[in-house]
Design a protein around this ligand. Sequence first.
Ligand code: PLP
Length: 355
Amino acid sequence: MSPMFVPGPVDVHPDVLAAQTRPMLPHRSKEYEETFHRAENNARKLFGTQNRVFICASSGSGLQEAAVRNFARKSVLSCVNGAFGNRWHSVAESNGKDAHKLEAEWGQPVTPKVVAEALGRKEYEILTVVHNETSTGLQNPVDEIAAAARRVSPETLICVDAVSSLGGAPIEMDAWGLDFVLTSSQKALALPPGLALGATSDRALDRAKTVPDRGWYFDLVKLEESRIKNSTPATSAVSLVYALDYQLERILEEGLPARFERHRAMAERVQAWALARGFGLFAPEGYRSRTVTAVENLLNMDVPALNAFLMGRGMRIANGYGELKGKTFRIAHMGELTMNDIEALLDAMDEFMKT
Ligand code: PLP
């Protein structure tokens, strides 16, 4: 398998791919419900929650939409310091909400202080924040943000996008007081794209019951009625759930502390390499992602030429996101990747830089 160092979709282990090829089961059969139940139960361990995890047939953006439709009649405050914070704001706006942005410069963290100030000025039903901004390689201090938000505005529900961190970095939903945490299958969980997982607190579900016009497909109240029967209102993505179930068992077998440490060590190695070669790091120290590093391209390296070179060796990295294209490039270190893969990539990059 030739490794991809892009921030999703990432490489999927052959055994996980194979798990999808099991024969179909009716999604309302006892055998399938057992699989669904086991997957949900194991998923809770990754989110750090005793509550519930909805397993939906969509990508992660679907659950960004679910959050604004289920938890807010009107007012939404979105922390924006990268493309995906901005995406959530657009989702709120396009659903007709009174959508506001709390902006920080791209590459700088959203701080608990600015969140507390914003929530002190005006009441919002929900706060949205991206844990790991894939566009900038930055991890926002979600635990501290949540603590500050709860202190200033206890009624505001705290909704977190952990699309590119869940499974690669610790998330303690219950301990941090988060109300909704969503992720996608194709990033640190190292599954094919097509599933979104959304962990939901009791008080968030209670709020949803009071919000009109939640829609149908992502109505969390309806999803809960099915979930307690280990099912979904519409047809479940059976093959993907087979893969999820199998992969969660693999992840728990590796052990969460060991998995997080593997990601941390790969991140540190990539960061050290970049600095040693004279590049910069787009995110400041203390806020760097464990799953993807955005390297500041201070040496003006030709990123498409680099990628063409790497692809000749069966590898690829990602260019910078949007306007950061060329100014940064991104090396993902998530999912199944190991330090040996990272060393092979960095050797190849050194070779390219000598050409
Ligand atoms: N949020 C973050 C942090 C992401 O990185 C992405 C995709 O890259 C998304 C949201 C959107 O997720 P999806 O493409 O699964 O809808």
